[in-house]
Ligand binder design. Structure first.
Ligand SMILES: NC(=O)c1ccc[n+]([C@@H]2O[C@H](COP(=O)([O-])OP(=O)(O)OC[C@H]3O[C@@H](n4cnc5c(N)ncnc54)[C@H](OP(=O)(O)O)[C@@H]3O)[C@@H](O)[C@H]2O)c1
Length: 359
């Protein structure tokens, strides 16, 4: 069955792979683009990633604008969308509160409103920290009463990107519930490159980590032997996202997309170092000490790491039983995460070492 889809964030890393997967399955996709003149390049990329570019179309717009900046004609065309996938976000460290809120929170609400108005299923991409309830509690959020949250305090604590993603999640749930809209949320772990090709885009947090490793800037493992950085490969993730969208049982549900077999951080680094032949770090540096060191600007520049990124390295373990059941029901096979990491490191070494090469 071919379905009309509207995708925000389709030019980004996860978005490109989602377009490839959806179009290969025969769906038609309209992509919100700030620069629609880049459609030809996007289509070329969709084909390269195994999709069918003839099924991908651009709609000019911007998450920051009222009504997403859509023309009346495009707004009409989008009414045919059965599913709205919201992936668009400003994903970076060091953002301001005002900017991250304007794009990530207000943008998500605009997309949700559009989906609710026209009875499309909204599939929203959240983040796995939303499934770490201890973390939410620690930073001052009670998921049962998000309206009581002091958001500026949360942003100060975890940084504007993470703060805005969490606020966007609760704001969107509230809006969809008030409007009676249908919504599914997928919460990905940190995204790893494609399980066979290693394809990943520069700017991804895993690229930063691997780049630092390959350039000898990671001389110690952040955290302890219990710390890990949960991963999910991009191809497994987009298969899950696509399946969620058309599964009636997933209306009103949230799915954690995380590979529980991701090794501990020291082993993860060893796995990434192996195909490139660099020596991985063996000793640990406590996260608190590392955060203190990052307060010293020359050291922070040398280490090329932001304190915000370190929050994703944690000791919490997650229950993935629901994910395994869902993937099994849809026949979606989970790739081997260690091999995927090795392919990703090989790809980063070949295409991302000089910044800005992999788009
Ligand atoms: N990657 C991860 O490890 C990870 C983990 C958990 C959750 N997520 C979430 O997954 C989603 C996609 O992440 P990603 O890694 O694919 O991000 P990405 O590569 O940085 O892509 C971001 C996308 O958002 C679009 N965008 C940014 N600002 C916009 C605006 N004002 N109006 C319209 N579009 C705008 C970008 O379009 P342009 O091409 O115009 O810049 C791009 O298509 C995000 O919501 C992110 O928070 C990612």
């Amino acid at each position: 069955m071919s379905v009309e889809c509207f995708v925000t964030g389709g030019t980004g890393f996860i978005g490109q792979h989602l377009l490839a997967t959806l179009s290969a399955k025969g769906h038609t996709i309209r992509v919100l683009m700030r620069r629609p003149e880049r459609l030809a390049a996007l289509r070329e990329q969709v084909d390269k990633l195994g999709g069918n570019a003839t099924r991908v179309f651009a709609v000019a717009g911007d998450l920051e604008q009222d009504n997403l900046g859509l023309s009346l004609a495009d707004r009409e065309t989008l009414r045919q969308a059965k599913v709205v996938f919201h992936l668009g976000a400003h994903f970076a460290w060091g953002l301001s509160l005002a900017h991250s809120r304007a794009v990530n929170v207000e943008g998500a609400k605009r997309v949700a409103l559009l989906a609710a108005e026209q009875n499309s299923r909204l599939v929203m991409i959240g983040g796995y920290m939303l499934k770490n309830h201890e973390h939410l509690q620690r930073i001052g959020i009670d998921p049962r009463y998000p309206g009581l949250t002091d958001w500026p305090a949360v942003y100060r604590r975890v940084g504007a990107y993470e703060g805005s993603k969490i606020e966007a999640h609760f704001a969107t749930l509230e809006l969809m519930s008030a409007k009676g809209g249908e919504m599914t949320v997928v919460h990905p772990a940190t995204v790893c490159g494609h399980s066979r090709t290693g394809h990943i885009l520069d700017g991804q947090p895993l690229v930063e980590l691997i780049r630092n490793l390959l350039q000898g800037k990671l001389t110690a493992v952040p955290g302890t032997a219990k710390h890990w950085l949960p991963l999910v490969t991009v191809d497994y993730l987009v298969e899950l996202v696509a399946a969620c969208a058309l599964d009636p049982a997933m209306a009103g549900q949230e799915l954690l997309a995380l590979d529980s077999q991701t090794p501990g951080l020291r082993e993860l680094l060893a796995e990434a170092a192996q195909p490139v032949g660099v020596k991985p770090p063996r000793h640990y540096i406590p996260l608190r000490l590392l955060k203190l060191l990052l307060g010293i600007p020359p050291l922070a520049r040398f280490l090329n790491t932001k304190a915000e990124a370190l929050d994703f390295i944690q000791t919490t373990r997650f229950d993935t039983a629901a994910l395994e059941q869902f993937a099994g029901r849809h026949g979606i096979a989970k790739p081997d995460i260690r091999q995927s990491l090795q392919h990703t490191a090989t790809f980063v070494n070949a295409y991302c070492l000089a910044k800005g090469k992999s788009r």
